[in-house]
Design a protein around this ligand. Structure first.
Ligand code: FAD
Length: 398
């Protein structure tokens, strides 16, 4: 094992493919092992904030999204019970304000763009249908085992990046703390994608729409050049995960439950919810922040390092930031992977943990009731677009 061996990346999601692209950008080879047999069309919409778009543009991946992405003109915030407007955050000047656009994309389109860009590079090898089963890391490098076609195979690398998501095997082996387990937050996201032609014109406008209610909120925006509308209903409920795998995308939900849950909301919102019978249910988990994202020649990235509630729409964006920071650290110390990974962890920990905590807080604010909700609505109404946008500057302007 030498520093010229590829860097092994476990997981070929947004984080893993981003890491491979960032590493290729500094001339480092990587081997991506992805458990899924094929890169299938999973999930639904993602809001890609300017901090993510700036990095994607540098990798040449943003332009591949041009036909599929929709740039929202505003974030429109409304009250669920009566549809009253609370705020309109203008996004038309995102490029001038934050140096990059704000776009909404289908997760599958983002993965396709990352994959297309990765396949152009001779420095990136991708093995799908390959699930990491274990690894050993020491001062000479890493040795990994993975299951492929029913056999256990081996690979050597100069370092291992665990981009293997919420239930990361790499994280469990690195930290091995019995308390470090994903914890169900009591929040569930229900997601669907509706053909735009099935909805009235106001629902099809190029905007990110956010409706606030008691212990629930609703988000919707157009995707795929406006042909479909992504809808997410986020509810606090007593439903508990049904064991391992409960949080995967093919977990179907009953729309009658949702219509009942939102029954006190305005007709417009109910019509939107009722326009789809096919919902996927995604219970949301959290994990305590880590002291460090690395140990020796292994490090964590994306949800494996810092899963976050989606209320600031930053999970994928932070995985993309991680990938760029990883490459910067390795470029600065090409012959000392362990030191470079420690630098990477130090560079990312404070910001990622802050955004993780801010996302949680944002959810509490969205779901307020009674007088607190009234006060929140007053502040939103009084603030105006510019002051509300300024609150996002620390996240979007990196
Ligand atoms: C409802 C909802 C809405 C969201 N909206 C937004 C948004 O608008 N904007 C945003 O930026 N983020 C959003 N996010 C967050 C975003 O989806 C995640 O943060 C992001 O997908 C994390 O990427 P990742 O690559 O770290 O993990 P994942 O996407 O989970 O990828 C991990 C990969 O590792 C693979 N894997 C797992 N175990 C192994 C193994 N042992 N061996 C090999 N491969 C393995 C998996 O198959 C998977 O492909 C949202 C999340 C949710 C739940």
């Amino acid at each position: 094992m030498t520093s010229h061996d590829p860097i092994v990346i476990a997981g070929g999601g947004v984080g893993g493919l981003s890491a491979a692209l960032a590493l290729a950008g500094i001339g480092r080879a990587s081997l991506v092992i992805e458990r899924a047999p094929a890169f299938r069309e999973v999930g639904a919409g993602l809001q890609l904030a300017p901090n993510a778009c700036r990095i994607l543009r540098n990798w040449g991946a943003l332009e591949l999204l041009t036909g599929a992405a929709v740039a929202p003109e505003m974030v429109r915030i409304r009250r669920g019970v009566d549809g009253a407007d609370l705020a309109k955050l203008q996004l038309k000047n995102a490029e001038q304000r934050w140096g990059a656009p704000y776009v909404n994309v289908h997760r599958a389109d983002l993965l396709s763009a990352l994959l297309e860009q990765a396949r152009k590079s001779e420095l990136i090898e991708i093995r799908s249908g390959s699930a990491l089963t274990g690894f050993i890391e020491d001062e000479r490098g890493v040795a990994v085992t993975y299951r492929c076609d029913g056999e256990i195979r081996r690979a050597a690398g100069s370092a291992l990046i665990g981009a293997d998501g919420l239930r990361s095997l790499v994280r469990s082996r690195l930290h091995g703390d019995a308390n470090d387990k994903p914890v169900y937050t009591g929040h569930t996201a229900w997601r669907t994608v509706i053909p735009a032609d099935d909805l009235p014109e106001p629902m099809r406008r190029p905007a990110s729409n956010l409706w606030l209610g008691e212990r629930a909120h609703l988000v919707h925006y157009p995707l795929r050049a406006g042909k479909v509308i992504n809808v997410v209903a986020l509810v606090e409920d007593s439903w508990r995960g049904e064991g391992e795998g409960a949080d995967f995308w093919d977990n179907h939900g009953d729309s009658k439950f949702l219509l009942n849950r939102f029954k006190s909301w305005t007709r417009e919102a109910l019509d939107l919810i009722g326009a789809s019978e096919s919902w996927l249910r995604w219970p949301m988990f959290d994990r305590p922040p880590l002291e460090s994202f690395s140990r020796g020649r292994a490090a964590l990235l994306g949800d494996a390092a810092h899963p976050m509630l989606p209320y600031l729409a930053q999970g994928a964006a932070q995985a993309i930031e991680d990938a760029q920071a990883l490459a910067t650290a390795l470029a600065a110390r090409p012959d000392d992977a362990a030191a470079a990974l420690a630098d990477y962890s130090a560079a990312r920990k404070t910001r990622a943990s802050r955004i993780q905590q801010a996302s949680r807080k944002q959810g509490e604010i969205y779901h307020l009731s009674g007088f607190k909700a009234f006060a929140r609505d007053m502040v939103l109404r009084a603030s105006g677009s510019n002051r509300l946008l300024a609150r996002q500057d620390w996240i979007y302007s990196i």
